[in-house]
Design a protein around this ligand. Structure first.
Ligand code: MOS
Length: 727
């Protein structure tokens, strides 16, 4: 059951349209909210805002502005600074929400939104990392780690090193753009609020909404049954969620808000641009002696988010002298947020490009260089890894792409007039886990319902957790239903940080054990059971049967005699990572074969291979799909994605899917995913590491390294567009 490539249990509902996404939730008497955003100004104040024409437009029910919006909780400890919306006349970035028009149809609201008249007083803005007025500062933390790190004496070691790399890498701002835009339906029932919301975590959403609205959490319910992609953008609570709740309160009707595709580029989070300075020093035989990785990136003027790109450099290679730093610049932009493998994906481009540069400088094969610097334990924490199969990933990936045919020199492989290149990079992602709970009820017909309030953001959580639940309960899979996506279910963390399967999976393992113990206890104490009188420990539950001492009976029969339903609940907690004797990461190796036309500077992909080891794989088909998705995102980072700004106004100029390029089918070559077997008995009760994010890590570097191998041109600024190759 575990590991099998089971089809998605929700697949049929999705392809037939029976699956309801948040905006589709049928709510009687619903009204439609459309957000009005600032324009032509990156910083300043609203001088005048006149909603009278909008209010007179057909179908309009109300207009929310900073004049009439409910006041929110501004307690800095509790409330999300991004959500202080419509509270005053300040404008802090382009396309900031400044009003919400509510009408009885979406079209009427959209039209009336164009009738809101606004004038501004403009102030000076900071828009780039190096603008006048940009003042880099050190944030307090880099995720759960320190902002900076240091071991040994990297400056002296770098000075003395025989071989050196000293390079700066840049990545453009990137936007998530899931196919399902952000959407929320808000309903009030007296003091109680229900949100049908496209979210990555219903409990996290409930906490932030309750805090900003100063409500008890018990008065807020959040439901998310299906999500059309998140990639991090639906982890945090974005503006429309609060605006829908406020608008519904003011107009005394349920209100739904969905963002336009253009609005998906503004004020709803993005991966912030990075400038990364990497220095590597090595001995003449390619052993690293010094590493430094300094990251400069940006946040908003009013809130803080850090893309922690240097974390990967702390732990990936065995280098005795290493220092990393993260610095932020406050710019007039909406607050950035997590985007697929935040930190590792951007950081791996810098580190793994620098390693490729070092391989050429040391005249070593790039895989051999990495093997010479293989970290047997975590060099940052000095702890052993729960498991690490990176050597096998290198070997299996290299074999699959045909690495042995690669000739070392740049421009040495050709196909007619075209240049061929092979490149590779390492991948890693930390294994995260948060406390989670799960409930299970077994019925008298032998079926079971298992619940935990996580979300399935398209990853296949419904399916993987159904498989795991069946195994944990000892029931046939066709008798088990797993449900999620509601704060009325047991608590679960956000589907982010690749942690959901480890977190809920561990709770399912625990509730399964609790249920089997309970059933065994009932059986041995029940005079009507053939297992009566045995020790409970002697009874096992598998495939719907209780067995022990040569006797057996069905779970269904036992449960029928005990009220027709037996329930169990399990809460799991997770000690802080600092207290664990282990360091937990998944690992992988990415490979790219590219074809470059030297006349036009165009890069085509011929083949991509990713080999990954991430502990126990619950469903090979879903896992492969997760990895493929990550790799395709890596193609976007390498070759396509680039937020382009009008620096007079801080406006994203390519705020649509025609001008902001993402990979399409024609860009994607044969993709191979190699699932490297790995058993991990230390990582968590479910034995799984995260697989949601590692698929993107290293892919941009593998492609950039292949482009260098093909052309001899080292592109250190992403994306690799033709003009950067033609130089
Ligand atoms: Mo993921 S970027 O942690 O949702």
């Amino acid at each position: 059951m575990i590991g099998k490539p089971l089809d998605r249990v929700d697949g049929r509902a999705k392809v037939t349209g029976a699956a309801k996404y948040s905006y589709e939730e049928p709510v009687p008497h619903v009204a439609y909210g459309v957000i009005v955003t600032s324009a032509g100004i990156a910083h300043g104040r609203i001088a005048a805002l006149d909603a009278s024409r909008a209010l007179r437009a057909p179908g309009v029910i109300g207009v929310l502005t900073h004049h009439n919006a409910p006041r929110v909780n501004t307690d800095a400890q509790r409330a999300d600074k991004k959500l202080r919306l419509l509270q005053d006349d300040r404008v802090l970035y382009d396309r900031q929400p400044i009003a919400v028009v509510v009408a009885n149809t979406f079209e009427r609201a959209t039209h009336a939104a164009t009738l809101v008249a606004v004038s501004y007083d403009r102030a000076a803005a900071v828009l780039d990392l190096h603008d006048d007025g940009a003042q880099p500062y050190a944030p307090a933390r880099a995720n759960r780690q320190t902002t900076d790190s240091r071991r040994g004496d990297p400056e002296s070691a770098f000075s003395a090193a025989r071989i050196k790399v000293d390079s700066v890498y840049r990545i453009a701002d990137e936007f998530h753009n899931p196919m399902e835009p952000h959407a929320t339906v808000a309903l009030w029932d007296g003091p109680r609020l229900t949100l049908y919301d496209a979210s990555q975590g219903v409990f996290a959403r409930r906490s932030s909404v309750a805090a900003i609205l100063d409500l008890p959490e018990s008065d807020v319910r959040v439901v998310t049954k299906f999500v059309g992609g998140g990639f991090g953008s639906k982890g945090g609570t974005q503006a429309h969620v609060l605006l829908a709740a406020m608008a519904a309160k003011v107009v005394r009707r349920p209100v739904k808000i969905v963002l336009t595709r253009e609005q998906m580029f503004h004020g709803v989070g993005f991966r912030p641009r990075t400038e990364q300075h990497v220095k590597l020093g090595a001995t003449s035989d390619g052993r690293l002696v010094a590493l430094s990785h300094d990251v400069l990136t940006r946040t908003s003027t009013f809130d803080e988010f850090l893309e922690p790109s240097a974390l990967i450099s702390r732990m990936l290679y065995a280098v005795p002298n290493a220092a990393t730093t993260h610095r932020l610049v406050r710019t007039n932009v909406g607050t950035p947020t997590y985007q697929r493998a935040p930190g590792e994906s951007s950081g791996s481009f810098a580190l793994e490009s620098a390693m490729d540069e070092l391989a050429y400088a040391a005249k070593l094969d790039p895989i051999e260089l990495r093997l010479r610097n293989y970290a047997q334990s975590d060099p940052h924490t000095s702890k052993p890894f729960t498991s690490k199969s990176l050597q096998a990933c290198y070997a299996r990936g290299a074999e699959r792409i045909g690495w042995s045919r690669r000739t070392a020199a740049p421009r040495s492989m050709r196909d007619g007039g075209l240049l061929i290149g092979l490149g590779m990079a390492s991948a890693t992602y930390p294994t995260n886990r948060s406390k989670a709970s799960a409930s299970a009820t077994v019925h008298g017909d032998g079926t079971a319902l298992v619940q935990s309030g996580g979300t399935d953001i398209g990853t296949g959580a419904y399916t993987a957790f159904t498989q795991l639940s069946a195994e944990a309960l000892g029931l046939p899979i066709e008798h088990v239903r797993f449900d999620l996506g509601d704060t009325q279910m047991p608590q679960a963390p956000v589907a982010g940080g690749s942690q959901l399967t480890a977190s809920i999976g561990s709770a399912i393992v625990a509730v399964g054990a609790a249920m089997r113990a309970k059933l065994a206890g009932l059986a041995v104490a029940d005079a009507a059971s053939p297992l009566h009188g045995l020790g409970a420990d002697a009874v096992s539950v598998a495939n719907g049967m209780l067995s022990g001492g040569g006797h057996s009976e069905s779970v269904a029969a036992l449960v029928q005699r005990h009220g027709g339903a037996v329930s169990a609940l399990a809460d799991t907690t997770v000690p802080p990572a600092a207290e664990s004797p282990y360091s937990a990461h998944s690992f992988g190796a990415q490979f790219a074969e590219v074809v470059v036309d030297p006349d036009f500077g165009t890069v085509r992909l011929r083949r991509l291979v990713g080999a990954f080891a991430a502990g126990r794989i619950l469903n090979a088909k879903l896992a492969r799909s997760q990895y493929l998705g990550g790799m395709v995102w890596g193609v976007g980072m390498a070759l396509h994605e680039e937020g382009r700004y009008d620096n007079r106004f801080g406006r994203v100029m390519n705020a649509n899917l025609a001008d902001y390029l993402v990979p399409v089918n024609a860009d994607i070559p044969q993709l191979d995913v190699v699932l490297v077997d790995e058993t991990d008995d230390h990582v968590n009760p479910a034995g799984v590491k995260g697989i949601g994010e590692i698929g993107i890590v290293g892919m941009a570097a593998a492609i950039a390294n292949a482009v260098y191998h093909a052309t001899g041109v080292r592109v250190r600024n992403l994306p690799i567009v033709p003009e950067r190759l033609l130089g």
